[in-house]
Design a protein around this ligand. Structure first.
Ligand code: HEC
Ligand code: HEC
Ligand code: HEC
Length: 202
């Protein structure tokens, strides 16, 4: 009997609170619903624009160039059937402000596409060297964080590597070196020839 009365008291109290604060509660509920809506839309947009299909086939300039080259690389086809999609190298992982920043700046590519008419390859090709340099700068800034999200020096079985490679990686591991110091043009066309060796190196 006492339990029933206590419960009744609580319910009355709760109803009273709702009656007295109805506006505040409506604002709170609407805020939560709008918040979930925004978070859901943001998440869906990030997911949608992070698919290989989106990155490779939305813009003709990507589909006809960098994508074609990548399909001949080991990061697209290999004996294990592992596919490394564009954003796994090009978009930061597990760091939402960095992902937001990357996606925000990527949105400006719409300008390059429509206004600078990059969909015409004659306009896109001359810009590739500049774009590649921007990507290198990004990898230098993060010390190749996206590569290292899959490949860790510590987890390389160095004894399975050819001695020449093992030596390079043993050294690189000590400095936690940026992979791109040695692995440029891994999945896309080589745009610049390596600088000719100087006479000292002969
Ligand atoms: C999502 C995971 C993933 C990411 C990100 C990734 N890789 Fe790989 N990588 C792989 C897998 C899996 C293979 C093995 C493919 C094979 O050779 O069978 C591989 C193979 C390689 C190879 C040997 C094959 C070749 O093409 O010469 C190199 C070198 C390499 N990766 C370097 C890199 C570098 C540098 C980056 C960053 C720019 C990177 N990887 C990003 C998963 C990844
Ligand atoms: C100091 C130079 C150097 C650095 C830095 C370096 N590598 Fe390498 N790596 C090489 C060389 C040289 C080879 C052999 C030639 C090739 O396959 O391009 C090689 C080969 C590989 C291979 C193929 C191994 C095999 O047994 O065939 C993978 C995978 C690889 N590197 C991944 C990486 C990743 C990932 C990073 C960064 C975490 C990295 N490397 C940093 C020099 C380097
Ligand atoms: C294994 C990592 C990796 C993957 C996967 C990858 N890229 Fe790249 N991408 C790079 C690196 C590193 C560069 C810098 C130039 C270089 O060394 O090839 C680059 C450069 C570029 C550039 C600048 C122009 C140029 O020709 O270099 C564009 C555009 C680009 N990537 C788009 C894509 C698209 C689209 C995909 C998927 C179809 C993709 N990338 C997949 C690592 C990757």
């Amino acid at each position: 009997m006492q339990f029933k009365e206590t419960m009744n008291g609580w319910i009355q109290g709760l109803l009273g609170f709702v009656r007295n604060n109805s506006r505040l509660l409506i604002v709170a509920v609407v805020s939560v619903v709008v918040g979930i809506g925004i978070a859901g839309t943001y998440g869906s947009l990030i997911d949608y624009t992070s698919h290989l299909e989106f990155c490779a086939h939305t813009c003709h300039e990507m589909e006809a160039t960098v994508y074609q080259e990548y399909t001949h690389s080991k990061h697209f086809k290999n004996e294990f059937g592992v596919v490394v999609a564009c954003p796994q190298c090009h978009v930061p992982h597990n760091d939402w402000p960095a992902t937001f920043r990357a996606k925000f700046f990527a949105a400006f590519e719409l300008w390059n596409h429509f206004i600078d008419k990059e969909y015409e390859l004659k306009n896109f090709e001359p810009r590739r060297v500049m774009l590649a340099k921007k990507v290198w700068d990004e990898f230098a800034r993060t010390n190749a964080a996206t590569c290292k999200s899959c490949h860790q020096y510590q987890n390389m079985v160095l004894t399975d590597q050819r001695p020449s490679i093992r030596a390079q990686h043993t050294d690189a591991m000590k400095k936690d070196e940026n992979c791109l110091d040695c692995h440029k043009w891994l999945v896309h066309k080589q745009l610049i020839k390596p600088a000719a060796p100087t006479s000292f190196e002969f």
